[in-house]
Design a protein around this ligand. Sequence first.
Ligand code: PEP
Ligand code: MN
Length: 271
Amino acid sequence: MDIIQNVKTNVSTNNGMIRPNAFRVVAGPCTVESYDQFAASAKAVKQAGYEYVRGGAFKPRTSPYSFQGLGREGLEILSEVSGELGLKAVTEVLDAQDIDAVMEHAPILQIGARNMANFALLKAVGSAISGSPEHGVVLKRGFAATVEEWLLAAEYITSAGGDNVVLCERGIRTFETSTRFTLDLSAVIVAKRLTDLPVIVDPSHAAGRRDLVVPLIKASVAAEADGLIVESHHEPREALCDAEQALPAEALMGLRDVLRPFASAMGREVV
Ligand code: PEP
Ligand code: MN
């Protein structure tokens, strides 16, 4: 691990997404499908008391024949709805040529698991957000990446000048087939020991099934995660992408009460 050299302390907390003694919840649909769908799903996030909403406009789908997201139209919907509700948006950037457009519509740029080792994109995002303290990056761990490779990917962003990098463990490929991926909670703990970057967890893509999402969130709190990014949808069964793993609005409403004792045992407030 001695080749990790450049991850700086406290680079990632000054835009308020991650705060000491807080457990940040980011929720929302996998994909922005339409104004009405995103507005209804985002409203549930607001009503549940959260400040950050997720929603993909550019989607990295395994099959080229699957819905690829609404692209720039999706970004417009994302910023319109998040602006109306006073929420901050997290959305994926797939391609360096879209960085400026994504930054215009969302403060937090997600770099997905499939792009964790796209070094040109990491450098471009790092330099685009440098000097813009309101912007930040959520860097997903590649599903076949070691912790070291993940941290070095973060260094591509920080060494290009990007602050506010948040690491996100989202499950890795193993031989196990009962879940979509295997949530690697040891990686959360290891990453937090090796860097001062915050680490959040995505239980949705790890599990691939909604019945496991809340138990995995509880375990993530205990593993000292700084927050989570979870998929939720106002009509989960109708979702165009990742329907099996989205939490319904009722579960999102109840999440704070379910998490409170776990968070308070870890000295954190759910925000
Ligand atoms: C997502 O968050 O919708 C997503 C595609 O995540 P990942 O890159 O972790 O698969
Ligand atoms: Mn998804």
